[in-house]
Design a binder for this molecule. Structure first.
Ligand code: HEM
Length: 413
């Protein structure tokens, strides 16, 4: 149950339970280096989870991977403590099981049933077949950007447009519905909204998705992902609306942040950008390295122990939530040589930017292809692209589910 936000002017919004304040826009909070070294399974306190106050922050690559494949750890919504509580008071926090279709926060066999229906649409082969369409979308966005008078905000002119248009084409969502959904997701995926904003955007999101599904069930099926899922006859309108929530939200909040933050990182590492320009075949490994180095899922992933589990002498008790720090795991020097250096020639494939195990990102091949083609074409088309403000003035998305930049002012010519 949610109560009114505190009116006290001294009221300080709640913070995530994990370190997230940065000193450099590309590096995770400095605290992670110490934790990995001295306290890799360190206690944290979840103040919104009665009875499950204590949990653990896991910072080493080895332990994060281990927990992500260990069936003694659950992703069920009703068991998870909140890693970033909302900035308003919540009384009697009592999480419920995930709604039908919201398979991200389910375990096998429920998770398996839904994921199985979707996997075929996101295989490497499917995405390869889709690449010509993706190239046309990216060319179109760059044509529009070239028509603009610089300076422009690269987030709006480039990063947000590409995943939005490819989501429309893959999922069969109309552009006007997508604009509405994107506006709602933009707020819901932050962690500093007010109670009023939360209610407004959460309701807007759900009513839009429910209406879209009602229309879809009544219409002749098309050739897009949502139509083909409906055609299986295995899913209700409610399940479809929740699946659409995950798939559309998953696409709209992630790839744009990687596109904008990745461009920012390359502009600030001109020697790495020069390597990619000189050797276009490096773009595949360059994208993996950017995913590792920047790890935009900066609050990590969480799981809850279904029984007592001991890891390196630390007892994680049944019912305790563990936060798996993906940014920290991806900077683990035991795993990646010179881990704090961006090196586009590094074979960084075993990074954890897409998670690991049964919940590993469903859209990873689409994201990879989008990033590879988009960076290639952006720097071909605008070879002298540069920032118009000092790097220190670029506004950072520290209080959002996915890290990135709110704006990236650039110019060319
Ligand atoms: C650079 C882009 C992306 C990043 C960094 C990213 C990151 C992640 C991560 C870390 C997870 C695992 C969460 C966990 O285990 O708790 C995940 C899961 C997921 N992602 Fe992505 N993602 C990206 C793009 C996408 C796209 C484009 C889509 C949709 C087409 C998508 C859909 C999903 C879905 C549905 C899941 C849940 C899978 C499951 O629970 O079985 N993601 N993503």
């Amino acid at each position: 149950m949610v109560s009114e936000p505190a009116q006290d002017p001294a009221y300080i919004p709640k913070q995530p339970v994990v370190p997230y304040k940065r000193t450099c826009p590309f590096d995770p909070a400095a605290e992670y280096s110490r934790l990995r070294e001295e306290d890799p399974i360190s206690p944290v306190s979840f103040d919104l989870s009665p009875g499950r106050k204590d949990g653990w922050l896991i910072t080493r690559h080895e332990h994060v991977r281990q927990i992500m494949t260990d069936h003694r750890f659950s992703h069920r919504n009703e068991l998870l403590a909140l890693v970033h509580s909302p900035p308003f008071e919540v009384e009697n926090y009592d999480p419920q099981p995930s709604a039908p279709g919201n398979f991200v926060r389910m375990d096998a066999p429920d998770h398996t049933r839904y994921r199985r229906l979707l996997t075929g649409f996101f295989t490497v082969r499917r995405i390869q077949e889709y690449e010509p369409r993706l190239e046309a979308i990216i060319d179109g966005v760059l044509d529009e950007m070239a028509e603009m008078e610089p300076p422009v905000d690269l987030v709006k002119a480039f990063a947000l447009k590409i995943p939005a248009r490819s989501t429309c084409s893959v999922m069969g969502v109309s552009e006007s519905d997508l604009v509405t959904l994107a506006e709602h997701f933009d707020v819901i995926m932050r962690i500093d909204y007010t109670l009023e904003e939360f209610i407004h955007h959460n309701t807007g999101l759900n009513t839009t998705l429910e209406r879209m599904m009602r229309e879809r069930f009544a219409a002749e099926p098309g050739d897009d992902l949502l139509s083909r899922l409906i055609a299986t006859g295995e899913l209700t309108e409610e399940e479809m609306a929740n699946i659409a929530w995950i798939a559309i939200g998953g696409a709209l909040d992630t790839t744009p942040n990687m596109l904008a933050l990745g461009t920012f990182a390359l502009l600030e590492h001109p020697e790495e950008l020069a390597k990619l320009r000189a050797n276009p075949e490096l773009m595949g490994s360059g994208v993996e390295e950017l995913l590792r180095y920047l790890t935009i899922s900066h609050f990590g992933a969480s799981r809850t122990a279904l029984e007592d589990v001991e890891i390196e002498g630390v007892k994680i008790e049944k019912g305790q939530t563990v936060v798996l720090s993906l940014p920290s795991a991806n900077r683990d020097a035991e795993y990646f040589e010179d881990a704090d250096t961006l090196d586009v020639t590094r074979p960084a494939r075993r990074h954890l930017a897409f998670g690991f195990g049964i919940h590993q990102c469903l859209g990873q091949h689409l994201a990879r292809a989008t990033l590879r083609i988009a960076f290639q074409k952006l720097f071909d088309r605008f070879p002298d692209l540069r920032l118009t403000v000092p790097a220190s003035q670029v506004p950072l998305r520290e209080k959002a589910m996915h890290y990135g930049v709110y704006e990236l002012p650039v110019t060319w010519g």
